[in-house]
Each structure stands twice: as C-alpha cells, then as structure tokens.
Design a protein. Structure first.
Length: 330
C-alpha cells in the first residue's frame, strides 16, 4: 500500500503517515523510508531483467528528466537525473524501466545503451546523437520535437512554416491509419505515403537554407538546422513496423515522475534514487499493462524470496498477468 501510494498516487511519505494516523495507525516516516529502500533492493532482480528485456528489443524509446537529490550534511539539494527506457515491442511497449543517475553526463545513457542494437527513439540531446554513430543503432528522431521547433519560430517565414507544419500533420495522419493496420500493411503505407512527404520536407528545408536571408540566432533558423541534424535519420522508422514517428512512449513514461517530484520534491540519497527507479519501473509497468499494482506487489513480494532465480521472468508484470488470466479461464 505504501509503495502504490508513493509511486502510483504520487503521495510523499509524510502524507501517507498522516493518512495512517487518521485511522489510528502509527507508522513513522523513517520506517516507511526503510521499507522503500529495502524493497527497492528486493525487487532488483525483476527490475534488472525488465531493463534487459527493454534493451533486447528492436525498438527503444529514451528520455530523461531532472530530479532533486538531497546532499547529506548540507541540508540542500543538487540536481540528479532519472532516465526512462520504454520497450518490449508494439505501438505502446509494455515495459517502463527507469534508471537513476547522479548527473546528465553522456556516459550514463552511453553505458546503458552501449550494446543496444536497433531503433532508438529520442530527442536531439548530444548523448543520443553520439549513440546514433554506433554500429547497429538506427536513431529515430522525434518528429514532435521537430514540429515544436517550427511552431516556436513565429517570426520567420509564415508561409514556409505553415507548409512544413501541414506536411508533418499529414505524416501523423498517415501513421494513424498505418497503426490501425497490420505490420505488413503499415510498412506499405509508410513506403507509399510517408516517404514522399519526408523527401519533400527535406528538399524544402535544404532549399530554404540555401536561399539565405536568415537571422543567425532566430528561432526559424534554429528550426531549419534542427531538422537538418535529424534529416539523415528521419526515414529510419519506415522499415520497422514497431518503430514510431515520435518518442511519445518515453515522454508519457516520464509524466508520473514529473507529477511525483512535485509532491515528494526530492530523493534523500543515491540508494533512495535507485530504489525509486526500481519500484517506479514495476508500478508504472503495471499501470501501463492494466494491472492493479497493489495486487501485483502483494503477490510478488510474498513469493520473490523463495522463487527460483532461473524462473524470475515469471514475475515480470506482463508474464504475471498472462499467468493470472490463464488461471482465471481454467
């Protein structure tokens, strides 16, 4: 109940303590904090396996967001980061694996994705651009970010901007139809309808840059150059039916973290950040799969310590749900 209240309902421990107190239950925040730390370690085998499954798929969606880390002895916070890795296949992949890091250095995500081979969806943060140079990594730039740059360029060439935004809108319309079809039909729609749109966008942006007359630091020039950085990679999604035009799965995975940090404000230590990553991964994966996280944790935490390590995958949320649904039919 404490874990679900904190990582699904975004309640800080002091509010959970107050709720218990209103029912005559006296549990200190320190006790609950210790539960979170210890249970984060207990579920780490499931968490690590989940992250392995994410990184073994043909697509991965990556994004990061800052979190505050309390520095003991100073009574102040420094900025740390939480990465979200989403994968497992399909339009909305089942696994959400979070990773806590002390900073935003390139080597953090570089270490995690060092052996990844497949389609990597992300924005244009330099760490992802570096990874796009690895053999076997097909970077898929987020078209939502590209669109946002042109939306923000309000002072530059309105007619050109509207043409580009109209083409991007057409891409998403074709994608909506493509995802309503099977994988083979999806690839056909992309090849016949979307590839020509991308070719036209590329030609238009290149011609506009060559034409010149752009203010050096304008938002419009920034939008054009942002697109050109992504241009060699924007077609990478066309040939993988599980790849997407955007990085929305990772951005959606970060929303619970953003909501949560507005309430619990910071993590108290590195161990607390790592426990938060592991437990948030399980709870949010349950929510994405339509699983009651309290029911899942109640069952798994009772079984985990005696469960055979070679069968740990049975406790992954999607495997657990499949077994539960199978038992319900018998």
């Amino acid at each position: 109940h404490v874990l679900v209240s904190k990582f699904a309902d975004h309640l800080p421990l002091y509010r959970i303590q107050e709720r218990f107190a209103r029912s005559g239950v006296r549990i200190s925040r320190q006790t609950m904090c210790n539960w979170v730390l210890e249970l984060g370690k207990v579920v780490s085998p499931i968490y690590r396996l989940m992250l392995e499954r994410v990184l073994s798929g043909s697509t991965v969606f990556v994004d990061e967001s800052p979190v505050k880390l309390m520095v003991k002895g100073l009574g102040a916070c420094r900025q740390a980061y939480m990465w979200a890795y989403v994968g497992g296949g399909g339009a909305d992949p089942p696994y959400r694996a979070y990773e806590f890091c002390l900073d935003r250095k390139y080597e953090n995500v570089g270490r995690t994705l060092a052996k990844y081979r497949g389609h990597m969806h992300s924005d244009q943060y330099g760490a992802y651009l570096n990874l796009s140079k690895n053999d076997g990594v097909l970077w898929v730039p987020c078209m939502v970010h590209i669109r946002r740059k042109f939306v923000e360029a309000e002072q530059g060439d309105p007619e050109f901007r509207m043409k580009i935004l109209r083409l991007i809108r057409n891409l998403f319309r074709f994608e909506r139809v493509a995802w309503a079809r099977g994988p083979a039909e999806r690839l056909r729609i992309r090849a016949e309808k979307e590839a020509p749109v991308l070719d036209r966008m590329s030609a238009m942006v290149k011609d506009r840059l060559i034409a010149g007359g752009l203010l050096p630091k304008s938002n419009f020039r920034n939008a054009l150059e942002y697109f050109m950085t992504a241009e060699p990679h924007v077609r990478n999604y066309l040939k993988n039916p599980d790849a997407r035009l955007d990085n929305n799965p990772a951005e959606r995975a970060l929303r619970p973290l953003v909501i949560g940090r507005k309430n619990w404000l910071f993590v108290g230590s590195r161990d607390g950040g790592e426990a938060t990553a592991a437990l948030l991964s399980l709870v949010q994966t349950c929510r994405a799969a339509g699983i009651n996280p309290q029911e899942y944790l109640d069952d798994v935490l009772r079984r985990l310590m005696s469960h055979p390590v070679e069968r740990i995958e049975e406790l992954l949320p999607d495997k657990w749900k499949a077994e539960k649904d199978k038992a319900a039919k018998v």
